[in-house]
Write a new protein. Structure first.
Length: 255
């Protein structure tokens, strides 16, 4: 059951919740705290715990800029465990709470384990091995690239992913200007190609580029840019697949 909430507790609400508790006899009473509200959330949690007897806490908006310092205060003041954190707006964005990972975020050290778990949910081991083989053999196509883009999109916003990588959190501000819909535009361009064109970009001449642009609702210049950057990406991937391969950073597909 979900009930009304308040940052500033009022007696009418508390009486209502107390009555609901008496009627339904819940096994769990979880306080949902906004991680961006700081000490206000601590005061509210203390009041709710005193009147209702909380069994745990859910900390939301952990996908935002807040590092979750309120989690430490709520745990210390109420003594109730934090059971879940919200990394988005839907139910599937609820994740089990891991104290060590949140501590890493608070300290700006990233959260590699959560990033790995997200990747494992999106990409199977067989798919990863298949992709590696294609890269090594130079068979990586726009069809493969489209699949990879869709998998990356499932992981979440780019700035959120950067925040999980140690030392990369400082780039979140720069990535804030990256429009996540750019992925959708790139996928739309690839979707406007024929299967033959995706497998062999060398056959995409001027007339084909115009058709692809019309079909994807983009400009020919955008199609040209995608094809140029894809060619550069293939070169980099091929170079890195060689023993002792080194990478020189340049502009990527979103640059």
């Amino acid at each position: 059951m979900d009930t009304a909430g308040r940052l500033h507790v009022d007696d009418a609400l508390m009486e209502q919740l107390h009555a609901v508790k008496g009627k339904v006899a819940p096994d769990e009473i979880l306080f949902v705290a906004d991680s961006m509200t700081g000490q206000d959330a601590v005061k509210a949690a203390t009041a709710f715990d005193g009147r209702l007897g909380l069994t745990g806490v859910i900390l939301t908006k952990m996908d935002g800029d807040a590092r979750g310092g309120a989690a430490l205060s709520i745990r210390a003041v109420t003594g109730r465990p934090i059971k879940f954190v919200g990394m988005g707006e839907k139910l599937d964005a609820l994740e089990p709470f891991h104290p060590d990972r949140v501590a890493s975020r608070i300290l700006g050290m990233g959260d590699v384990l959560s990033l790995i778990e997200k990747a494992e949910e999106s990409v199977s081991l067989e798919e990863a091995k298949d992709l590696e083989a294609k890269v090594r053999q130079g068979d990586f196509t726009l069809e493969d690239f489209r699949v990879q883009l869709m998998q990356v999109k499932k992981l979440g916003p780019l700035d959120q992913l950067l925040g999980m990588i140690p030392g990369m959190g400082k780039l979140k501000g720069a990535m804030a200007n990256v429009d996540d819909r750019e992925v959708d535009r790139i996928v739309a361009i690839i979707n406007s190609m024929t299967g033959k064109e995706r497998r062999n970009v060398n056959i995409i001449n001027g007339n084909r580029r115009k058709r692809i642009a019309r079909g994807s609702g983009t400009q020919v210049q955008e199609v040209n840019r995608l094809l140029k950057q894809f060619a550069e990406t293939r070169k980099i991937m091929k170079m890195l697949s060689r023993p002792g391969g080194k990478l020189r950073l340049g502009k990527g597909l979103f640059g």
